[in-house]
Write a protein that binds this ligand. Structure first.
Ligand code: ASP
Length: 578
């Protein structure tokens, strides 16, 4: 190699060694007749020192090179007179004897430093430079660690990694497909996989027993902040399993990854039904790091002459510990928050449980202090607390209250940094009715098995049937989801018919899967984790983009390579697209 050591590894014990380092010039400065360069590579930064009196030629050279030049320096490791305890190599420096420039660099468009002066777009355009920054690089390294530990765990559990094709056929999994025209079969199209769902099921029919793949998936969804059109799943499937086996196996994987990345022992993941999650948190991915569970005031607040409550399907409250101190302004802000069109509440009602024991609400006209005391009892409130109330249609009030609860959860002090709360949400509804298309849709996907005890209701009340489906939720983030699959051709056919497919359509789209089920398909099930999300959770940032080496921006563009881009006339003709 061109170097004997990296820029991150020399220590006081190496003093006296003659070494050669390679790296990028982070910054340089002179102090009298001594020049210094901080030389950086992936492993760290080492200080190079140039002595004008001993080696005037090298000293001169060192002064002319600018930031980000690629250098190779040879010299002797020396103890520093003023040490830098913040740097791993801060006890030493290299007394440089020879300095060679391996490549020059233009002045970078932004500084390669922690507090860079580059904005988002600029850093994306020069992502290869952004990746030189320590904090960005560390996120990519974290991702590597997550996949490494994932592979170690799954390998130890006898899973094998199998690649599935990327040019496939459209599968309806909720999102739109990205499609690729076939030159050799004019007028026909491949689709990029939204997930390897059908292939992993076929691998179970093949007897592969335990499959996994760290795999790119593609979904052509509408733009939303921090959504990537291509993303990575840790995709898994197992044969001869029931729901519990999958939950235990992948709870194990999650714990293994957290232990190895952060040294954290996660406690056992509670299991919560979808219904309970909706009733208690108004969300199927509840953040259970803080309380403020929903309390239903239907019994105690209805029938007191307050028309709004009396005409509402649900009256939902949350108790904010210590919230009686909230100022009028804070309460107004919360009211404005819930009234935004995206949230859609009509207003916010509050009741202060003052520290002197008195109760004061925004609807005092209708509720006596005694009435309010009943609210407080139902909410388990103590003096000093604040009760916030929303009312209306049950499902929309739950959603609104979820938003309010999450907003309050973001207040300082409620969530400890570095805290992780995981749970399984289970028993999702199998189907949801889509008003727009006037049809039932599979909530997870059409291969998900109904709960055996609910199958008899498939025709009579499809909305009541629960699925053998589960999500892994950590800190309010859906990290993974999966299900026990249908492995019986008849049930699968029935499912397609419920979803509005004719027999012919089902056969044309999924004949290959149903045919496979006729050759001894084992009972099977699986799960997929969103790797980018899991990494951002472990890295304690909201943005999944940071954990992708070359991400797309919010408009789905790669501004570095400038994609998507038009094709030439010739290319279009060749593809039969003209
Ligand atoms: N294929 C599913 C998904 O992408 C996961 C699964 O059911 O295993 O969400």
């Amino acid at each position: 190699m061109l170097r004997t050591h990296t820029c991150g590894e020399l220590r006081i014990t190496d003093v006296g060694k003659k070494v050669t380092l390679c790296g990028w010039l982070q910054k340089s400065r002179d102090i009298g007749s001594i020049g210094f360069i901080d030389l950086r590579d992936r492993y760290g930064i080492t200080q190079l020192a140039f002595d004008e009196t001993k080696n005037p030629e090298t000293f001169e050279k060192a002064r002319i090179y600018g930031r980000e030049c690629v250098l190779r320096a040879t010299g002797v490791v020396d103890e520093r007179s003023s040490k830098n305890p913040k740097m791993d190599t801060g006890d030493i420096e290299i007394r440089v004897e020879e300095l060679e420039i391996l490549n020059e660099s233009k002045t970078p468009p932004f500084t390669i430093e922690e507090n860079t002066d580059g904005g988002d777009e600029l850093r994306m355009k020069y992502r290869y430079l952004d990746l030189r920054r320590e904090s960005v690089r560390k996120k990519i390294e974290l991702r590597h660690q997550v996949t490494k530990h994932t592979r170690t765990y799954l390998d130890a559990q006898s899973f094998i990694e199998i690649e599935t094709p990327v040019l496939i056929k459209s599968t309806p999994e909720g999102a739109r497909d990205f499609v690729v025209p076939s030159r050799l079969n004019e007028g026909e199209w491949y689709a990029l996989p939204q997930s390897p769902q059908t292939f992993k099921q076929l691998l179970m029919v093949s007897g592969m027993d335990k499959y996994y793949q760290i795999v790119k998936c593609f979904r052509d969804e509408d733009l939303r902040a921090d959504r990537q059109p291509e993303f990575t799943q840790i995709d898994c499937e197992m044969s001869f399993v029931e729901q519990d086996d999958i939950l235990n196996m992948f709870e194990g994987l999650t714990k293994f990854v957290f232990k190895n990345i952060h040294g954290i022992e996660l406690s056992d993941f509670p299991r919560m039904s979808y219904q309970e999650a909706m009733n208690t948190y108004g969300s199927d991915k509840p953040d259970t790091r803080f309380e403020m569970k929903f309390v239903y005031l239907d019994e105690v607040a209805r029938g007191k002459g307050f028309g709004l409550f009396d005409s509402s399907e649900s009256i939902i409250a949350i108790n904010v510990k210590g919230g009686a101190e909230f100022t009028r302004k804070q309460l107004d802000e919360l009211t404005d928050f819930v009234k935004q069109p995206q949230i859609g509440a009509g207003g916010l009602i509050y009741c202060r449980y003052n520290s002197d024991g008195t109760l004061k609400s925004s609807v005092d006209k209708f509720f006596s202090e005694e009435n309010l005391r009943q609210w407080a009892q139902t909410c388990n409130s103590a003096p000093g607390d604040l009760i916030l109330v929303l009312c209306g249609k049950k499902s929309s009030t739950q959603k609104q209250m979820n938003e309010l609860r999450l907003k309050l959860g973001r207040q300082p002090g409620l969530i400890r940094s570095g805290e992780y709360k995981a749970l399984w949400v289970v028993d999702f509804p199998l189907l949801e009715f889509d008003d727009e298309s006037g049809r039932w849709h599979a909530m997870h996907h059409p291969f998900t098995s109904p709960k055996p005890e609910d199958i008899s209701e498939l025709r009579s009340s499809p909305g009541k049937v629960r699925a053998n489906a589960y999500d892994l939720v950590i800190n309010g983030v859906e990290v993974g989801g999966g299900s026990i699959r249908i492995h019986d051709k008849k049930v699968q056919k029935e499912m397609f018919s419920l979803l509005g497919f004719t027999d012919e359509q089902a056969q044309a789209q999924f004949g290959f899967l149903m045919d496979a089920f006729e050759y001894g398909a084992p009972p099977h099930g699986g799960i997929a984790f969103g790797l980018d999300r899991l990494c951002s959770l472990l890295g304690e940032t909201d943005s999944i983009r940071d954990f992708i080496a070359f991400p797309k921006n919010n408009a789905g563009r790669d501004v570095m390579i400038d994609a998507p881009s038009p094709l030439s006339k010739e290319q279009l003709e060749e593809l039969g697209l003209k």
